[in-house]
Design a binder for this molecule. Structure first.
Ligand SMILES: Nc1nc2c(ncn2[C@@H]2O[C@H](COP(=O)(O)OP(=O)(O)OP(=O)(O)O)[C@@H](O)[C@H]2O)c(=O)[nH]1
Length: 401
């Protein structure tokens, strides 16, 4: 019996040893078997191939993916910038009345050669031919123009013969009177900017001129004059040649809370002007001010375009004012500009800018004669409120100091 038990144990041990040797080898053989080629990895996938990764491919579980740490730092807010956006401070411009009185010192400064020169000559003890010639030269140098100069000298000669001008006070009074007559106080210098109530449409002002005369600045300053009179104004940036011009105009408008209608750079300026007036009608504003691109009066194509802008705008109704902006420092060239612009767009008023930078105040008379239209506004500086309604008496007083 003992031998039987020993034999069974030996047999069991033998079977266990055989199993321990054979099974791992079989497992090893399974592992070594070459992997099935995978579409998209081992060869380009074809019809019927499974697009998903092989089932036995190792995958990342959700718990393996590292997620970003939740933000603990609050984004920084520039409170000052936010406040500025929320409440853009709207300026309260200076009223237009009496502006020329404030700006008279500028006129006196720039025109002193003319005023003092004339007074000095007229108060001489003897007004001989040489003196009259000097007076004539002084007036011509101030760009008064040949005919107005001859007229003025003739009248002064007559009055000197009749009244005698030896007293400086009297000479000043006579010169003042004659200059005012020459500048012509009878001309209607009012700006037609009132809304057409019966027709339910705004007044339209078109601002034209050659490059750099101060059109955009004038539109901006004029908007301020109107805002100071509690008018609702809308600006049209019909200068589509330069994006900077539209930006400049928008900035002027923003400062006094006036909106600006603008179009794409290089777009049709006529359609910008048309859309602006349309918006002005819809928004029931009082006045639409249209800024146009600077153009040389010699460029026929550009002058035709200006005529077209006016015609397009007039589909809404007649344009109330066409203001020609002239740079007073350009002298006689300004006269050429006045002539050609007048032919193309029927100028109704002149804005003479940069009078603070020239002694050639005589251009006021010359341009009025040339165009047959009055100077309505004068620019006397780069400041936002340095545009004044033109007043002949104030102007002459400024010249005479
Ligand atoms: N001193 C002085 N400078 C002025 C006056 N009016 C305008 N300017 C200056 O003239 C320059 C030209 O003015 P803008 O308004 O840009 O001229 P613009 O006619 O619109 O110019 P373009 O669009 O290029 O044709 C600017 O530097 C203005 O500040 C003025 O009355 N006096």
């Amino acid at each position: 019996m003992e031998y039987v038990v020993i034999a069974v144990v030996v047999a069991v041990l033998l079977v266990a040893a055989v199993l321990a040797f054979v099974v791992p080898r079989r497992r090893g053989r399974i592992k070594e078997r070459p992997e099935k080629p995978r579409p998209g990895v081992d060869y380009p996938p074809g019809v019927g191939d499974d697009a998903t990764p092989a089932v036995d491919e190792q995958r990342r579980t959700v718990s393996d993916v590292t997620l970003p740490e939740p933000a603990t730092v609050e984004p920084e807010v520039d409170q000052q910038a936010v406040d500025e956006i929320v409440a853009v401070p709207v300026e309260r411009p200076e009223p237009a009345a009496g502006r020329l009185t404030r700006l008279r010192a500028r006129l006196a400064q720039s025109q002193s050669t003319l005023g003092r020169g004339l007074l000095g000559l007229l108060s001489r003890e003897r007004l001989d031919e040489d003196t009259w010639e000097e007076i004539e030269d002084t007036l011509l140098t101030a760009d008064l123009g040949v005919t107005p100069t001859q007229e003025l000298v003739e009248r002064l000669r007559t009055r000197s013969r009749v009244e005698g001008l030896t007293d400086p006070g009297q000479a000043r009074a006579v010169l003042r009177e004659e200059l005012i007559t020459l500048v012509d106080p009878s001309l209607d210098r009012s700006l037609r900017t009132d809304r057409h109530v019966a027709e339910n449409r705004p007044a339209v002002v078109l601002v034209v001129g050659v490059n750099g005369t101060g059109k955009t600045t004038t539109v901006g300053k004029l908007a301020r004059v109107l805002v100071a009179e509690d008018r609702d104004v809308l600006l049209a940036a019909a200068d589509t040649f330069r994006a900077a011009a539209a930006d400049q105009l928008t900035t002027w408008g923003d400062r006094v809370g006036v909106p600006t209608v603008r179009g794409p750079e290089g777009g049709d300026p006529g359609s910008v002007a048309f859309e602006a007036v349309k918006a002005g009608i819809e928004q029931e504003v009082d006045t639409v001010l249209v800024d146009t691109a600077g153009r040389l009066q010699t460029k026929v194509g550009l002058m035709d375009e200006l005529g077209k802008i006016k015609r397009v705008v007039e589909k809404h109704g007649p344009v109330d004012e066409v203001l020609l902006v002239l740079d007073a420092t350009t002298g006689q060239n300004g006269m050429m500009q006045a002539r050609v612009f007048g032919e193309v767009v029927d100028v109704t008023g002149v804005v003479l800018t940069k009078l603070d930078g020239t002694a050639k105040g005589g251009i006021v008379v010359a341009v009025q004669r040339e165009l047959g239209v009055p100077v309505k506004l004068v620019g006397l500086g780069e400041g936002a409120d340095d545009l004044a309604p033109f007043d002949p008496e104030e102007f002459v007083d400024g010249i005479l100091g």
